[in-house]
Ligand binder design. Structure first.
Ligand SMILES: Cc1cc2nc3c(=O)[nH]c(=O)nc-3n(C[C@H](O)[C@H](O)[C@H](O)COP(=O)(O)OP(=O)(O)OC[C@H]3O[C@@H](n4cnc5c(N)ncnc54)[C@H](O)[C@@H]3O)c2cc1C
Length: 388
């Protein structure tokens, strides 16, 4: 038998481990003590994000010449995972800012747009928002109704977006709008706009079950005059750009799910070793051990799928299906794990002094945002059938 020349590694590098320890130390010191406070107040943690920006975690995959950290998607996944291990809502902010708005302008914007907006975003001087979803266009984003009509060299935007992360706190936003209704999805274009443009404002702020300190708001565009240079890429390319941005975003939501699950699992292990009933620790009961065993397998499987998708992205392979698989598996596992973590805590799990109820509330969004579980299954099954 000939010797195999293929190689596979399940180790993260020493440099990646340093990044994990660095963000973990920040999370322990700056985030963990205030998680519940921000959850209760639903206030966006501006000061924490300012510090994350100073540390380079708001421009993770952006090259240094634009003010970013020049890291890869694997490092990005590690950072999101570590923040989510303590606060999934803040991790959602890191993911949306890096993976949606900033990535979209960086990947598809002109040099002029990149110079204008990327340094401000990568440093955390302002948060970025990304507007695809509308009241009548959720999973079916091709049904976008916001319009952009040419007026000389400018475009005039009208319409609205809803459920937009950083809708209030973000000054810069990427917006998908119809520029040619006759072309369907290929008539949707992307624009980079900012709050200095009259007629662009945030309206309804959502009161959510979980992810409560993440800012979610509706956006209104009322005759917003947008210079022609703010069109991202070519006319009609916005929908395909958005799909590609969502592919990358799904890696970060998968990483967020893994981190959330890890946090809930660690809380459950700790509680199971402390709590005694029937004269023994919960950890000594096989029913509890089996739950924890299943949780640890799910976390490992989710993490492996997530890191594989990030590695495929970093090595420039087609990662669309890998990202959907990671997002589907890890997000659904995180909901199960957070629920089991509550079950292991019994009544105490339902009380806010323990961290697991928040993990549970936060987890559900992960099966919905950046493409629901059903949409991930559509992406995966389309690839299956295109291959036969
Ligand atoms: C907290 C939060 C933050 C968000 N942040 C952003 C953001 O920053 N930017 C942004 O653009 N959007 C954002 N969203 C929107 C999010 O991406 C959408 O909610 C999501 O894509 C689903 O759309 P919908 O809510 O309209 O549900 P719908 O599309 O109406 O779906 C309802 C149900 O029908 C199912 N369904 C729909 N179509 C199909 C189909 N073809 N086959 C099978 N089942 C189907 C769905 O899976 C779901 O179960 C956010 C949402 C939330 C809640």
């Amino acid at each position: 038998m000939s010797e195999s020349t293929s190689s596979i590694s399940f180790d993260v590098s020493d440099d990646q481990e340093v990044i994990r320890q660095h963000i973990r130390a920040f999370v322990e010191e700056e985030i963990k003590p205030v998680v519940l406070q921000y959850d209760e107040s639903q206030e966006f943690p501006t000061e924490i994000f300012r510090k994350l920006g100073d540390l380079g975690y708001l421009g993770i995959v952006i090259p240094p010449e634009y003010g970013g950290s020049g890291m890869g998607y694997l490092e990005y996944a590690i950072v999101v995972e570590e923040v989510a291990r303590a606060c999934p809502a803040m991790a959602l902010g890191v993911a949306a800012h890096n993976g949606l708005c900033t990535s979209h302008i960086f990947r598809f914007g002109s040099e002029e747009l990149k110079k204008l907006y990327i340094p401000r975003l990568a440093s955390g001087q302002t948060m970025g928002a990304w507007g695809l979803t509308e009241p009548n266009a959720g999973s079916d984003a091709g049904g976008t109704q916001t319009t952009a009509v040419r007026d000389g060299d400018d475009w005039i935007l009208n319409g609205s977006k809803n459920f937009i992360t950083h809708g209030n706190v973000g000054d810069i936003c990427v917006v998908m709008a119809v520029t040619d209704a006759s072309k369907g999805k290929h008539g949707i274009s992307a624009f980079a706009i900012d709050k200095s443009m009259p007629g662009f404002y945030a309206s309804k702020k959502e009161n959510k079950v979980g992810m409560r300190c993440s800012d979610t708001a509706s956006l209104t565009f009322d005759n917003v005059r947008v210079p022609g240079s703010h069109l991202i890429g070519g006319e009609g390319e916005g929908f395909l750009q958005a799909l590609q941005i969502l592919d990358g975003g799904r890696i970060s939501i998968a990483a967020l799910s893994v981190g959330l699950a890890q946090g809930a699992y660690e809380a459950a292990v700790k509680y199971a070793t402390e709590r005694r009933q029937f004269g023994k620790r919960l950890a000594d009961m096989q029913a509890i051990q089996f739950k924890l065993a299943k949780m640890s397998v799910d976390i490992d499987a989710g993490r492996t799928l997530t890191y594989r998708a990030a590695w495929m992205r970093d090595t420039k392979q087609n990662f669309t299906v890998a990202a959907s698989m990671a997002k589907l598996y890890a997000s659904e596992a995180s909901v199960r794990i957070a629920e089991d973590a509550i079950q292991i805590h019994g009544g105490y799990g339902y009380i806010k002094e323990y961290p697991v109820e928040k993990f549970w509330r936060d987890s559900k969004l992960l099966t919905i945002g950046e493409g629901t579980s059903e949409i991930q299954k559509l992406v995966i099954s389309r690839a299956l059938f295109s291959a036969v």
